[in-house]
Design a protein around this ligand. Structure first.
Ligand code: NI
Length: 177
């Protein structure tokens, strides 16, 4: 399909509340997901939300293979998650660095819930229901935030821990994206 350009922070479309998907298994949805997959892979991202390519629907994808942006990250098989619902399983949180394809080159330290359950549907409308923790839980929370118009800098409590990856981590070979 097509590698789309990713909207960057400052674009008002990223602040909107996305709409639920009503019809599953459609050609429209298949094309959207193909574009999202191609775009995410081309930019070496771990996740992408439909609003980031200008489509205001509650659709996210994520996939963690061996990834140079997150060399220590656990592997997460590719997941299409539509109309997601997150349930917090306890009050535990952990902090870690995040990046986002809508803020190229930047990194920020964000507290996320450690243990979550997420539910939703795949592109065929088949239910997904998983209990996850750590990095997997972080990715899901980051992507689902996009559906509510929330970019990760809005979650940073100490803005001294926000900046350009190359400056924050001068010894790493972090990508400039
Ligand atoms: Ni993002």
């Amino acid at each position: 399909m097509t590698i789309k350009s990713v909207l960057r922070m400052g674009d008002a479309q990223l602040l909107n509340i996305a709409e639920p998907v009503v019809h599953f298994g459609t050609e429209e949805l298949r094309c959207l997901l193909a574009d999202m997959r191609d775009t995410m892979q081309a930019l070496n991202g771990v996740g992408l939300a439909a609003p980031q390519i200008g489509v205001p629907l509650r659709v996210v994808i994520f996939s963690v293979q061996a990834n140079t942006r997150y060399p220590d990250a656990e592997v997460i098989s590719e997941t299409v998650l539509i109309n997601p619902v997150i349930t917090l399983l306890d009050d535990l949180r952990n902090e870690d660095w995040e990046g986002c394809l809508s803020l190229p080159g930047l990194r920020g330290r964000v507290a996320r819930h450690t243990h979550i359950r997420y539910q939703g549907f795949d592109e065929q409308g088949i239910a997904i229901d998983r209990i996850v923790s750590g990095f997997h839980a972080r990715v899901v929370q980051h992507e689902c935030d996009h559906l509510d118009g929330i970019l990760y800098p809005l979650r940073i409590t100490d803005l001294r821990q926000f900046g350009f990856g190359k400056e924050l981590f001068p010894d790493s070979n972090i990508n400039d994206d």
